[in-house]
Design a protein around this ligand. Structure first.
Ligand SMILES: [Fe+2]
Length: 291
């Protein structure tokens, strides 16, 4: 089945520059939600489900049965709305199996003991090559580590939801300096995506508008990326990419929502267990600067 036979709807969250997707099979009316965002105000600690409810309303209006909530990875820039959507739809939450590694890494960072390290917070752990059903369509799982060890991309017919691997050609690629990240692995993951047929449509997880571009954009093709991606167009070899990626990453500061996002997202979007006053708290590890 071609992806023009499945319906793809994008929802852009400008506060976090995240694109969530609602992908549906028109025959069965089954749908998958990819990378849903929970609204979070870092100043007040308030969370809300406005964005996710908007996405859900669209699914409801179209008479869709949401059966999958797919995470491309444990995001470091927004909190996941997966639990809200699961409760509303009964859909299963799926993520790459290496989330276990990410849980272990960050349980140590935050010194928390209520995260399994086995991925049991999620309903389905995915391996490279796994195939999920979406009515008449299929969702093929591609393990794409590098940005994080657990990153996966989802291929639905001729469309691939690339997560944090590639950005639009004029913006380049995702950073690879988070714990467990690797620029060399990211290079190989991206080349795997770019070995798909040239007309394959690629849907980004983020867009930040490259300098000189006035509008947000999130859809491109393998051919466009191979010709024009400023970091990894055809002809850039692994050594050159790793050098560029690592030198650029050395200049990047931590994402604003890194610490809250990771603590929630390794719990499949659940807030930390409430304390005896009924309130959930997020931790900030405080450390002295090396300089
Ligand atoms: Fe990310």
């Amino acid at each position: 089945m071609r992806s023009d036979a499945v319906h793809i709807q994008a929802f852009f969250d400008e506060p976090t520059y995240t694109v969530s997707y609602l992908v549906s099979d028109p025959v069965s009316r089954q749908a998958a939600i990819i990378d849903p965002v929970l609204d979070y105000d870092h100043r007040s600690g308030e969370v809300a489900t406005r964005s996710a409810a908007h996405l859900l309303q669209s699914a409801t209006e179209q008479g869709l049965e949401v059966v999958w909530i797919l995470e491309t990875h444990a995001h470091a820039d927004h909190l996941s709305a997966a639990p809200f959507l699961k409760q509303a739809t009964g859909a299963q939450i799926a993520i790459g199996e290496n989330i276990c590694t990410v849980q272990t890494i960050f349980s140590a960072v935050f010194n928390v003991h209520d995260v399994s390290g086995k991925g049991v917070e999620f309903d389905r752990l995915l391996q490279d090559g796994d195939v999920l059903r979406l009515g008449e369509a299929t969702i093929e799982v591609m393990h794409t580590p590098g940005h994080t060890p657990a990153c996966v991309a989802y291929k639905i017919a001729d469309a691939v939801f690339v997560g944090d691997t590639l950005f639009m050609p004029d913006y380049g690629t995702a950073r690879a300096d988070f714990p467990g990240g690797s620029a060399a692995q990211l290079y190989r993951s991206i080349r795997k995506i770019l070995s798909l047929p040239p007309q394959t449509r690629l849907f980004m997880c983020h867009d930040y508008k490259a300098p000189g571009r006035d509008v947000f954009a999130w859809e491109t093709t393998v051919a466009e990326q191979r010709a024009n991606n400023i970091h990894i167009h055809d002809g850039v070899d692994e050594a050159a990419y790793v050098s560029l990626r690592e030198s650029r990453d050395a200049t990047l500061s931590a994402p604003v929502l890194l610490l809250p996002s990771v603590q929630v997202n390794i719990r499949a979007g659940q807030l930390p267990t409430p304390e005896d006053n009924g309130v959930s708290y997020l931790k900030i590890p405080v450390k002295w600067s090396a300089s």
